[in-house]
Design a protein around this ligand. Sequence first.
Ligand SMILES: C[C@H](Cc1ccc(C(C)(C)C)cc1)[C@H](NN)c1nnnn1Cc1ccc2c(c1)OCO2
Length: 327
Amino acid sequence: GAGSVANTPEAGDVEYLAPVTIGGQTVNMDFDSGSSDLWVFNTQLSLNTLSGHMAYNPAQSSTFQLLPGSTFSISYGDGSGAAGNVGTDTVNIGGATVTGQAIELATDVSTSFVTDTQSTGLIGLAFSKLNTVKPVQQKTFFDNALATLPEPVFTADLRHNAAGTYEFGAIDSTKFSGPLAWTPVNTTSGFWQFTSQAFAVGGGAPSTSVPGGQAIADTGTTLMLADQSVVDGYYSQVQGAVNNATVGGVTFPCSATLPDLQIDVGGTMATVRGDDINFAPVDQTGTTCFGGLQATTVQPQIYGDIFFKSNFVAFNGGNNSLGVAPH
Ligand SMILES: C[C@H](Cc1ccc(C(C)(C)C)cc1)[C@H](NN)c1nnnn1Cc1ccc2c(c1)OCO2
């Protein structure tokens, strides 16, 4: 059946956590449409590492089974990572249930995950070809659930500093306005990748030549990482915007009025509200603010939570497409 859970932004909308029940144990996890491993903090880790975290205890689950000899090791684009061994268990997300789901049990996690005490791990929702388990690659929760969901979809409804929803198996049309604009997804990269070749600032004339012209929909990335041409074009319209090497990106006066950004999603222009591009102050006085839109020098572009706060997104694993609508 379908499943629906509330998600909650951590302070500053850094990441969005939602409850996942594994072998009867409910833990909060970071739903990540930009990776494909489900890994958890668990009782194999040292008490130091576990300090402050919830942890999954396989010994307490009557349905846990070890996958002997299986290991995982994942590193993320921000330099963080985790590694460990693997078993299977029953996973229930708001009623959507999968038996025999690969549960990757970290025995080593990077510092940034240790300090992020509200998160018990990541649940990857990109395509299973990116899963890191060896010797036999494992499937994502969504892949395993596809056959039993009423509709082969999951949806992301992320909000600024407010509860939202992750839903599996149904599209709740009360969560967005107007029709969903559907675009085909290129699954070759293993990401939910689509064409994004144009942008406009504050309703101005669109530019239609973004180099590379590809982007991925990534709920596991905090910001929106776009081509330099998009970043330059946008912040040229923001008084006082500077590339601030000290803080590692574009900043502007917190008092600045930020224009909306229109960005191409498979031929339809989606809007990212200017307010959502004012991400956070970088100083105690709240004078200088850090942009939610930053540059990436690698392709594809990564449309993270900043994009999702203005747009409801449906991920269709039946025909490999993305549906986008303002919310
Ligand atoms: C980074 C996340 C994965 C993650 C999420 C949360 C965390 C912390 C809890 C510790 C805060 C670390 C890692 C992303 N997921 N698809 C990802 N995984 N692989 N690439 N990306 C996207 C990317 C790539 C590069 C970048 C970036 C993002 O932010 C800064 O530089």
